[in-house]
Write a protein that binds this ligand. Structure first.
Ligand SMILES: NC(=O)c1ccc[n+]([C@@H]2O[C@H](COP(=O)([O-])OP(=O)(O)OC[C@H]3O[C@@H](n4cnc5c(N)ncnc54)[C@H](OP(=O)(O)O)[C@@H]3O)[C@@H](O)[C@H]2O)c1
Length: 293
C-alpha cells in the first residue's frame, strides 16, 4: 500500500481555518489534512511525540506539521517548541504561517521585486517605508526588503512600539531597521520628506487609509505604492486591491488582492516542500524563496 501523506494542521483557535485547509488539499495530491484545534503551547510536546513515533524514521517524509491560527506570537512559540521536541531520526517537516503573515509578506516583497526586475532596475539600494509596520505582516515585509538590500523604516502610532519592532526584527531576522512615530498626515509628510522613500508599503488594519494621494503624489522620488489591506477604503489612496503593478500617475501601484495571489502560490509551494524532504524547517526566507518557484 502506498503510504498516505499526512499534514497535521495545528492551531490555537477554536476552528481550523478553511482557507488553510483548502490550500493544503489543493497543494498536494493525495494528502490527508488532520486539524488539531484549541491547542496550547504546553500541549505541543505530547502532540509532536504522537506525530513522530508511529511511522518508521525513513517514512517520516510523508508526515508534516503546519501551524496556523491567528495568534502569531503563540504560533512562533508553538513552532519553536515543536522543533525542540523532535530529534534525529524522528524529525518531520514543519512550517508556521499564522494569520498568513509569512506568506503575505513574501507576496508583497515578491511583487515589489518583480516591479524592479521588469523595469530592468535593481531593488537593492532602494528606500522603503512600511506604514503601520509593527504588525506581523509589516515586520516580515520589512525583514524581507532588508534582506534584498533595501534601506527600511517602519512607522507606528507610538514610538516605543516602533522601537520594540526594530528590536524584534534585529533579533529574529538579523536585520537593521529605522523607526518613526506617525499619528497624523503632518507626521506622514515629515517622515516622507526626511526618509525619502522610493517605496511606500502600508500594512495597517482593514478599512484604514494611511497615506492619502494628496501626500504621495507630491513626491517624485516615490515610485512604488504597495498595500496589503483588501477591504476598502484601502491603505494607500488611489491604489485599488486589484492593481497589478499598475501605472498610477507615473508610479507603480500594487494592490492587496494581487499580493494575495502570490501569497496563495507561496502557501501551496511551502506545503509541497514539506513533503519533499524529511525534517524540513521552513522559515520566512524559505517561504519567500518558494514564492519565486
Ligand atoms: N493581502 C493579503 O493576502 C493579506 C493576507 C493577510 C493579511 N492581510 C492584511 O494585512 C494587514 C496587516 O496585517 P497584520 O496582522 O500585520 O495587522 P495588525 O497587526 O492588525 O495591524 C498592523 C498595525 O497597524 C497599526 N494600527 C492598528 N490600528 C490602527 C489605526 N486605527 N490606525 C493606524 N494604524 C493602526 C498597529 O500599529 P501601532 O499600534 O504600532 O500603530 C498594528 O501593529 C491587514 O490589513 C490584514 O487584513 C492581507
Amino acid at each position: 500500500m502506498k503510504m498516505k501523506k499526512m499534514l497535521f494542521y495545528i492551531s490555537m483557535e477554536k476552528h481550523a481555518s478553511p482557507f488553510d485547509i483548502i490550500e493544503a488539499y489543493d497543494a498536494v495530491e493525495d494528502v490527508a489534512v488532520v486539524p488539531y484545534v484549541n491547542v496550547s503551547a504546553e500541549e505541543i510536546p505530547a502532540l509532536v511525540n504522537d506525530i513522530i513515533f508511529p511511522r518508521s524514521p525513513k517514512d517520516l517524509i510523508n508526515t508534516a506539521i503546519f501551524i496556523g491560527g491567528h495568534d502569531v506570537v503563540k504560533g512562533d512559540e508553538m513552532m519553536e517548541i515543536a522543533v525542540k521536541q523532535m530529534f534525529n531520526p524522528f524529525k518531520v517537516s514543519i512550517v508556521a504561517d499564522t494569520d498568513g503573515s509569512n506568506t503575505t509578506a513574501a507576496g508583497c516583497a515578491y511583487k515589489i521585486k518583480e516591479t524592479y526586475t521588469k523595469k530592468g532596475e535593481n531593488l537593492k539600494g532602494q528606500k522603503a517605508i512600511v506604514f503601520a509596520g509593527t504588525g506581523p505582516v509589516g515586520l516580515r515585509i520589512a525583514a524581507l526588503l532588508i534582506k534584498e538590500g533595501v534601506d527600511v523604516a517602519v512607522t507606528s502610532r507610538k514610538l516605543d512600539r516602533a522601537m520594540d519592532a526594530i528590536e524584534k526584527v534585529r533579533k529574529v531576522y538579523s536585520a537593521d531597521i529605522k523607526a518613526y512615530e506617525v499619528r497624523s498626515d503632518e507626521d506622514t509628510i515629515k517622515v516622507i520628506e526626511e526618509f525619502k522613500p522610493n517605496i511606500i508599503v502600508t500594512t495597517g488594519p482593514p478599512k484604514i487609509t494611511l497615506v492619502s494621494k494628496a501626500i504621495w503624489s507630491k513626491y517624485n522620488f516615490v515610485k512604488i505604492l504597495a498595500d496589503v489591506n483588501a477591504y476598502p477604503p484601502y491603505g494607500i489612496e488611489g491604489v485599488e486591491a486589484n492593481d497589478d503593478c499598475k501605472e498610477i500617475e507615473g508610479r507603480t501601484g500594487i494592490g492587496a488582492l494581487r499580493i494575495g495571489t502570490i501569497k496563495n502560490k507561496a502557501q501551496k509551494a511551502i506545503i509541497r516542500k514539506l513533503f519533499e524532504k524529511k525534517g524540513n524547517i521552513l522559515k520566512l526566507e524559505d517561504i519567500y524563496a518558494a514564492a519565486f518557484e
